[in-house]
Design a protein around this ligand. Structure first.
Ligand SMILES: N[C@@H](CCC(=O)N[C@@H](CS)C(=O)NCC(=O)O)C(=O)O
Length: 200
């Protein structure tokens, strides 16, 4: 498998964390890719020019990260990170949506923050910050659901929290969220996260 890869992307980290959690990371060749310049090699696989994009062992190009992670569940023999059906599957996908939603808002806020300041942009960034704060409060309420073996949901949440530490450390998301902080500080020691710390 070939993964179009960027070391700072939380979505790429999520994919690599899933691969490590299932012990199949050795089957992935990482190709450093800058999606913002729309390189032809990436466009040949993904018309949206985004990372992560994974060329699977079946020859299919997979994107976005939720689809790539579901595909990775079909590779190898380790137990899947997403239950096959029913309430258990929905719970994991819902948790993934919370993690991905935090990433979407935080990545968007960072992108806005790198452009020239104006009032409309400040309002968008404030809205994104508020969305993240509300999602963190929800996770604090539901922190007991994060414990146990890793799933695609708990991986997405852990990666989202890691991205906040990476890009928005001054926001101090742990304050007032002790249960979420305790869970994160323990799960972050897992190889899936310790070996994928973001850079750049
Ligand atoms: N929903 C996508 C988001 C992927 C994404 O936005 N990746 C960013 C890097 S963090 C990207 O490739 N941006 C390039 C662009 O938007 O042009 C996923 O889950 O994979």
């Amino acid at each position: 498998m070939t993964l179009c890869y960027s070391p700072a992307s939380p979505y790429v980290r999520k994919v690599m964390a899933c691969a490590i959690a299932r012990g199949i990371e050795g089957r992935i060749e990482k190709v450093p890719t800058n999606p913002h310049v729309s390189p032809p090699e990436l466009l040949a696989l993904n018309p949206f020019s985004k990372v992560p994009t994974l060329l699977g062992e079946d020859g299919v190009a997979y994107f976005d990260s939720p689809v790539i992670c579901e595909y990775l569940d079909t590779v190898g023999d380790a137990p899947p990170l997403v239950p096959p059906a029913g309430a258990a599957r929905l719970a994991v996908l819902r948790q993934q949506a919370i993690g991905d939603g935090i990433m979407d808002a935080a990545v968007g806020r960072r992108g806005e923050g790198m452009r020239p300041k104006d009032e409309a942009r400040e309002a968008v960034m404030a809205r994104q910050a508020a969305a993240v704060a509300r999602a963190l409060d929800l996770l604090e309420q539901e922190a007991d659901r994060l414990s146990g073996p890793l799933t695609l949901g708990s991986i997405a949440v852990a990666v989202a929290l890691g991205y906040l530490d990476f890009r928005f450390a001054a926001d101090a998301w742990r304050e007032g969220r002790p249960r979420l902080a305790t869970w994160y500080d323990s799960v972050a020691r897992h190889r899936a996260f310790a070996e994928t710390v973001p850079a750049g």
